[in-house]
Design a protein around this ligand. Sequence first.
Ligand SMILES: Nc1ncnc2c1ncn2[C@@H]1O[C@H](COP(=O)(O)OP(=O)(O)OP(=O)(O)O)[C@@H](O)[C@H]1O
Ligand SMILES: [Mg+2]
Length: 227
Amino acid sequence: MEQLTTQQMQEIIAGNELLLGTEQYPNLLRTDSGEIVKFFYPKSRLSTSTFFPKAKVFADNGLRLKKLQVTAPLTKRVAYCATLKMYLVIYDRIPGKDLRMWDEEGNGAALQGLQKYLAELHRKGVMFRGIHLGNVLMDDEGRYALVDISGLSCKSKPLSLWQRMRNLINLLGVEDDQKILLSYGLSQFVAGYCIAAGLDKSDIAYLDRKLSWRLGQDIDALRTLEL
Ligand SMILES: Nc1ncnc2c1ncn2[C@@H]1O[C@H](COP(=O)(O)OP(=O)(O)OP(=O)(O)O)[C@@H](O)[C@H]1O
Ligand SMILES: [Mg+2]
């Protein structure tokens, strides 16, 4: 991996527009040519990211997703500054807005399309544990993309029912998105997902039971479908 000196890292930070974070601990920068620089800060205690830095996982996942024809950031440069203990990745901005932004603009179709998109990701074996409405983009033509892809893994076959359930909990349980998800309707979302994923009645009943229990909400996708 490319190594950066403190000065080189500071030049990158000072020379680009800060989008998220602070000057001292930036999260996201934008370069003049429209690229995005994303930063990672390794935990001081021992964890899996000590051996598999998130920046490297991010870059590898971009390549895996490309093979699966899932649009996501493709890393052009990954680097580490040992003195500042900072990693960075650089990639091109993907056209579109994230689904929280679409919601602010009153675009409910973005969530409807997400049901189908999530089913497609699951069919391709993509388990995006870090999924939330800020980490999924949609462009003006209704094409979806993923960002923030370090918390993601690609399986060699479609996700099992249990993995689908886990991932629905990842998405539907996000605190920051509750208002949006509840006003859309959790049952409606799950029902749309189940149709798109081609699940049968007993699978849907299983998801209803598990999701209701784990999310503390009455999810009744089966009934929503039968109406
Ligand atoms: N390649 C990209 N193209 C377009 N927009 C992007 C891209 N990467 C990130 N963004 C936008 O920047 C936001 C934050 O990016 P990202 O999720 O990678 O950072 P983060 O530090 O995890 O932020 P948060 O903690 O708020 O999720 C995204 O929600 C998205 O709106
Ligand atoms: Mg994010």
